[in-house]
Ligand binder design. Structure first.
Ligand code: SAM
Ligand code: SF4
Length: 325
């Protein structure tokens, strides 16, 4: 069984946003003073999420990533992770987090079957961290160390590289990741919702970052399990792998294998388009498993060929925190 979209791509990966709330306010992700969060009665319950993921598993989905908002602000995420990792067909469960609350949760997440963690970290400077996110860097570092101690390997660090903000810290982040044995991924800013202008203003083409790093480090092509859209290089003489996620300068839509489920049960077919399909009304109207399977198959037929961040940078009206990147 598999889900094949109209462009022949096999969809075997779902990104599951368990909340649209967050304990940080990264300026490029959530607009200042944003208050329009989803009402709790619209959040899919754990039972509803488990049911949807079970059907996706039966339709060939092998990988699930729990994301947000910040997933760790929703209660009992390790319990949900235990339920999802036990589902037939689900071979890989991972989680994206800002790590603010990770020191408390790292061990239980590891025990629950989460196999890989992606942590957002744009700067190693506490003052800058505060300016970018509104939060405390110290907590994130504690969270990272707790993740390592709990046994997560690899721990991937996601750094959104931004002009005039943290571009000058690319090498410091490479050194930090070599020292702590983390994998590093650089990300280009994407124009989303009301923060779109910030993304455009601070955009850095990662091809230039890569060229600059190659002046200091010898790098060879590297592979990474579950690498997704990142193109990886390994720094010779170290174990460090560096991924480049380049939706703008070199898009990777032809190999897209994923869809996104938001906390209110909306299935988004592409990060850079508005195409969507609502599952919550069906779930709450008592749809059968066969009906749900049919609805998901139909939703996949709506998947667009590619994003248009370059051509139509202001067309996506939601924020990244709604679909979790
Ligand atoms: N709160 C978690 C975190 O920060 O990792 C998970 C959700 S967050 C929306 C997922 C990823 O999206 C983060 O790595 C974040 O840096 C990235 N992100 C958010 N807004 C973005 C934008 N406009 N362009 C590029 N990446 C963005
Ligand atoms: Fe929160 Fe992650 Fe968005 Fe930052 S990037 S505001 S941590 S959801």
């Amino acid at each position: 069984m598999s889900l094949i979209d109209p462009f022949g791509r096999s969809i075997d990966y779902i990104r599951l946003s368990v909340t649209d709330r967050c304990d940080l306010r990264c300026f490029y992700c959530m607009p200042k003073g944003f208050k329009g969060f989803e009402e709790p009665e619209h959040w899919l319950t754990f039972d509803e999420i488990e049911r949807v993921i079970r059907i996706f598993g039966a339709l060939g989905t092998r990988r699930v990533r729990i994301t947000g908002g910040e997933p760790l602000v929703r209660k009992n995420i390790p319990e949900l992770a235990t339920r999802l990792s036990a589902l037939p067909g689900i071979e890989d469960l991972s989680l994206s987090s800002n790590a603010v609350q990770l020191d408390r949760h790292a061990e239980s997440l590891y025990a629950s079957g989460v196999s890989r963690l992606n942590i957002s970290l744009d700067t190693l400077n506490a003052k800058r961290f505060k300016e970018i996110t509104g939060g405390k860097l110290e907590k994130v570092i504690d969270g990272l160390m707790a993740a390592k101690a709990a046994g997560f390997s690899p721990v991937k660090i996601n750094m959104v590289v931004m002009k005039g903000i943290n571009e000058d810290e690319v090498e410091a982040m490479v050194d930090f990741c070599i020292e702590h044995d983390f994998t590093l991924r650089f990300i280009e800013t994407m124009p989303m919702g009301a923060t779109g202008k910030d993304a455009v203003d601070h955009y850095v083409n990662l091809q230039t970052v890569r060229a600059k790093l190659e002046e200091r480090f010898e790098m060879v092509p590297g592979v990474m399990p579950g690498g997704g859209p990142a193109r990886y290089l390994r720094v010779v003489g170290t174990d460090l792998r560096i991924g480049f996620i380049t939706p703008i300068s070199q898009h990777f839509c032809e190999t897209c294998n994923r869809v996104r489920l938001s906390v209110d049960g909306t299935l988004y077919l592409c990060l850079g388009q508005n195409d969507k399909f609502e599952l919550r009304p069906l779930l709450r109207d008592g749809i059968s498993d066969d009906g749900l399977e049919e609805a998901i198959r139909h939703a996949i037929t709506l998947k667009p060929e590619r994003h248009e961040f370059n051509e139509k940078p202001s067309q996506v009206v939601r924020f990244m925190s709604m679909t979790g990147g």
